[in-house]
Structure formats: C-alpha cells, structure tokens
Design a protein around this ligand. Structure first.
Ligand code: HEM
Length: 411
C-alpha cells in the first residue's frame, strides 16, 4: 500500500510513531495492541495507514466528519485503479459520505430494521433447529462448516429471495472477496479477489436482470421497482448495493457464530450458566463479539489533519479505527482480557458494529442469527464439547478461521 507507506511521521512533537509489522500482528494481535495502546493513541502499520487504538478515540472518530468514508483510497493504495475491485469501492455505500451514502443505504433500511428482522426470528430458529436436527444422531460435526457457514448464507438467501441451491456458489465467492478487507495482500491474491468479485457481480447482475424481466413477490423485485421509480440510483449503484449485503453477511457472521460457541465451551461455567438460563444469551453473544470480534476494524480517510491524543494524522491518510483494540481498552472495560458474559460495562451502541451513519446495516440480522443459534444449541445439546479451540486470525477487516471446528456430544 504505497500511498499510505509508513513514514514514522504524524507525531505532534516530532517523535516518530511506532510502526506495527504484519509479522508481529500475525502472531499476537491483542498482545501487540495492548503493548502500544497505553503509551500511543495512534500507531502506523508497515503497509500503511494510521491505527487508532483507544476506545474513546475510535468511538469519537467513527462519527467525526473529519474522518470521512475511505472512497477508493484503499484499492488505490494497493495499486488498483480500475476493474471489479475498484468498482466495488467506487459504488458501494460503505465508501461514500453524505447524500451519496444516504441514497445508497436508504432503500435497505426498512428490510434490515430490528422490527422486520424480529419477525424472522422464528424462521432463524427453525433453521438452527434443522441444522442441529439433521446431524444430532451423529454425535459430532464440523461446526464451522456445517452450522456457522450455513446459517447466515441461508438467511441472506431467504431475505433477498436468492435460491438456496445457489448458496455454495455465492458463499465461496464471498469468502474470497472478503479477503480484500485485509492488510498485506500479495499480488496473486489480488488477482483471485478480482476474479471472485467479477463472478459475484455477474451472479447478482443475472438475478437482478431476472427480477426486472419477471418481478416476483420478493425484496429484490420491490427494491428494483422502488429504486427505478425514485431515480436516485444508477444501475451500477443498484448492483453494488446488493453485493455488499451478501458480502457483509456471510463471513462476518459465520466467524462470530463459531467464536461465541468456542469461547463458551472453553469457559465451561459460563456455558453451563447459559444452558440453565436462556436470558443470558444476548449478553453472551455481545461478550463473545467484544472478546474476539469477527470485524477487527473499519477504515476512514482523514479529510484534514486530525489530532488524536497528541499525534497528528495528516490529511489524506488512511485511518483504521481498530475496533479490536478498542474493545480490549483497559480504560473502557474492567479486566478487558477476561471473557465474562456477566460484565456490566458494555456500551449500548457497541463498536462491534461500527459507528455513526455507517453503523452496520445488518446488526439486527446478525444478532438474531447469533442469539437464536446459541439458544437452540444450548437448549438441545448442553452436553456439547469442543475438540480443539479454533484459531482466529487477522487484525483488520474481516477476521478468518481457516480450519474446521469439530464439536461432539453424546446423542
Ligand atoms: C457479526 C456480524 C457482523 C459484524 C461484526 C459486522 C460489522 C460491521 C462493521 C464494523 C461495519 C463498518 C461500520 C463502520 O464503518 O462504521 C459494517 C458495515 C456494514 N455491514 Fe456489517 N457486520 C456484520 C453483519 C452484517 C450483515 C448480516 C450484513 C448484511 C445485511 C452486513 C452488511 C453491512 C453493510 C452493507 C455495511 C455498510 C454500511 C454503511 O456503510 O452504511 N453486516 N458491518
């Protein structure tokens, strides 16, 4: 990411900022953030970008118009200035500010509003029940592949009206595409991501084309009709708003569903407490996402010089709001490195899902999937055990679990 190359500048008083390396972050991201957070509000990343580490700064800058949407600066820094990767950043809501952002996001607000999503809870619960029921007699499963990956894929397919038989196709593409939201990509990875975005775009384009020709009683048909009548979105914008819904829903949620189960099974007393008292489920879900978030950070672009805790982020630089670091900040949480579903210091608008106008549009859906999954599993298989804890990797964007997570039980 040459445009954002770490310069060691940015300090108000001339002292160079520390530069974090991929190598150290790959080994122990929480440890690295902890080590620097105390003395530095901001650090540099070796591939570029200013990482903001403390809760109060991350929360404030997430809503500060001086730290605007990142536009196409992220792909440009990777040397990409055209093609499918570039278009994804050009046309989607997450990279836009102000009125453009409002136009792109507004058509989806009602579909993803907590009220609409709560009406889906029964069907989410039924899906969780089916996924367990189909495998119960076996006494074991790869939870990551067979449950956590299936749940969000089925739900976004149902919500948007995509055929369930398309799930294997679009999920494989999504898992490739989400790699774009990470640091330290190699040139051959960029080629594969470009290819996956192109295929996903062609897939969504085909579905939208079918709905245009033969409208159905589903969300996409209603969206196309309303957006065409309002005349506020170009055909590219329509296409590139639907894609992030599919991209945003699949990988983030499957990692979160996996991690919440893994963390609870590793803290057996808390697992037993949730099995005994289902009212603890929402708190357990929130704490698992605080402790090991599936989205580690989100990007902004400094519109002007911004002073953060005595260091200046220069105008034009990429600002990474490190949600992962903020949620382990000792000044915001008591014993932040302890997993505790009974903690009383969780903020109401939690940084897990971002900030301000860009706050995740899928929060209610993700929470419903996480909560219903945990409710069903704790009710049906309290005797569940974990074979080995999964390794979650990554310190920016969507974090990854690269191997199966085997769980077993006595049927
Ligand atoms: C556990 C699951 C999820 C997590 C942790 C998560 C996290 C996030 C975060 C951190 C942001 C960035 C907010 C910002 O920059 O301030 C975001 C934005 C977004 N998310 Fe999610 N998300 C999840 C699930 C979903 C789902 C299920 C969907 C699909 C509906 C979705 C769609 C989006 C979209 C479209 C945006 C861009 C919103 C905008 O810019 O206005 N996410 N999400």
């Amino acid at each position: 990411m040459e445009n954002f190359a770490a310069t060691g500048s940015g300090s108000l008083h001339g002292a160079a900022l520390p530069v974090l390396t991929l190598k150290q972050l790959d080994v122990d991201p929480h440890g690295v953030f902890r080590q620097y957070r105390k003395d530095h509000a901001v650090v540099l990343h070796e591939t570029g970008g200013y990482f903001v580490l403390r809760f109060a700064d991350v929360d404030r800058l997430g809503k500060d118009p001086r730290a605007g949407a990142s536009g196409t600066s992220f792909p440009e820094a990777l040397g990409v200035s055209s093609g499918a990767i570039f278009d994804l950043f050009t046309y989607s809501m997450i990279t836009a500010d102000g009125d453009v952002h409002r136009r792109r996001r507004a058509p989806f607000s009602r579909l993803f509003a907590p009220r609409t999503i709560n009406e889906m809870r029964k069907s989410i619960r039924r899906t969780a029940d089916d996924l367990i029921g189909e495998r119960y007699g076996r006494g074991e499963m790869d939870f990551f592949g067979e449950f956590a990956s299936e749940m969000p894929a089925r739900m976004i397919a149902d919500l948007l009206g995509l055929p369930r038989q398309d799930i294997p196709k679009f999920t494989l593409l999504v898992y490739e595409v989400t790699k774009i939201f990470s640091f330290g990509l190699k040139p051959d990875e960029l080629g594969e991501i470009e290819n996956a975005i192109r295929q996903l775009r062609d897939y969504v384009d085909k579905v939208l084309g079918e709905r245009r020709r033969r409208p159905r009683d589903d969300f996409l048909s209603a969206f196309l009709a309303a957006a065409t009548e309002a005349g506020e979105l170009s055909p590219e914008e329509m296409l590139y708003q639907v894609m992030p819904l599919i991209i945003g829903s699949a990988d983030t949620t499957r990692v979160a569903i996996t991690m919440q189960l893994a963390l609870l099974l590793q803290h057996r007393e808390q697992w037993a407490a949730v099995c005994d008292d289902p009212s603890l489920v929402p708190a357990a879900v929130t704490e698992a996402m605080r402790f090991e978030p599936s989205a580690a950070g989100t990007a902004r672009l400094a519109r002007e010089n911004i002073d953060v805790g005595g260091s200046v982020i220069p105008a034009g630089q990429l600002v990474v709001l490190s949600i992962m670091s903020a949620m382990r900040d000792e000044t915001a949480y008591r014993s932040p490195d302890t997993f505790d579903i009974r903690r009383t210091d969780q903020p109401r608008l939690h940084p897990i899902f971002g900030f301000g106008a860009h706050r995740c549009i899928g929060e209610a859906l993700a929470r419903a999937e996480l909560e219903e999954s945990l409710s069903v599993i704790t009710a049906r298989i309290p005797q569940l055990h974990l074979d080995a804890a999964p390794k979650i990797k990554g310190h920016y964007g969507v974090r990854r679990i690269d191997a199966a997570m085997r769980v077993f039980w006595k049927p």
